[in-house]
Design a protein around this ligand. Structure first.
Ligand code: A4P
Ligand code: MG
Length: 204
């Protein structure tokens, strides 16, 4: 699905660009591809610059244990989108990768969570920032501490939360090399025919 250029133009002017931390994870299909294509989709909007990407971690399923292991990463982006627009863009990226919302905490090709937006606190009907339960989740804290150890959550650094979490079963399975061509490009450089490029690359 291609984002409408009219919508993008109005979104671009809505806010001074701010750094945002995202958490991405999935356990259905070729998840490395989904992680890469999600970031590419976000960049293709022209409103998102990828600043840092963590290594890729294999993580035991949290919340609903009877499902395959996940791959997780965390990403720092810079965006001028307002939070609600960023959430909509993330949902469009999930949709492009055939994400289906069936079971809460259940299997998915990709899930994109907005973890932190600068130091903002947001409580809307469909958006809570900081994302709930970050401090309980090694699948978030381990990759997050790799890219944003100094960011603060509830008065403590991410590095400190990471040290306190139970990271059993969390395994670094790859560095961030596959994302190399996406990192630190200007937003316009990420533009392209994302629909063409994604076509046929995802199975579920
Ligand atoms: N929503 C509210 N705040 C946010 C936010 N900050 N970022 C709303 C993103 N979305 C936010 O999400 C449900 C609703 O949350 C959305 O409509 C959005 O408006 P969803 O993606 O439809 O459903 P979900 O992901 O199943 O539920 P939820 O509560 O978001 O679950 P989580 O917290 O994302 O956890 N185990 C491992 N190892 N790795 C994982 O990645 N992921 C989950 C999902 C469970 N277990 C996991 C993993
Ligand atoms: Mg989610």
């Amino acid at each position: 699905m291609k984002a409408s250029s009219t919508e993008n133009k109005s979104e671009q002017t809505k806010q001074i660009p701010i750094n945002v931390l995202l958490g991405l994870g999935g356990n259905v299909g070729d998840v490395r591809d989904h992680l890469y294509n999600s970031l590419k989709f976000l960049m293709a909007s022209g409103d998102v610059q990828v600043i840092r990407v963590s290594p890729i971690y294999e993580t035991p399923p949290w919340g609903l244990e009877d499902q395959p292991v996940f791959l997780n990463i965390c990403v720092e982006i810079k965006t001028g989108l307002k939070p609600e627009s960023l959430l909509r863009l993330c949902h469009r990226a999930e949709h492009s990768l055939k994400r289906r919302r069936t079971v809460k905490w259940g299997p998915r090709t990709i899930d994109i969570d907005i973890l932190l937006i600068g130091e903002e606190t947001i409580k809307l009907a469909d958006l809570t920032v900081p994302h709930p339960r970050i401090t309980e989740r090694a699948f978030v804290l381990v990759p997050l501490a790799d890219i944003a150890p100094e960011w603060k959550l509830e008065g403590q650094s991410i590095a400190s939360w990471r040290q306190q979490c139970d990271d059993s079963g969390v395994i670094r399975v790859a560095e961030n090399d596959i994302f190399g061509d996406l990192i630190s490009l200007s937003p316009s450089q990420g533009r392209g025919s994302i629909d063409d490029e994604l076509n046929g690359q995802v199975g579920q």
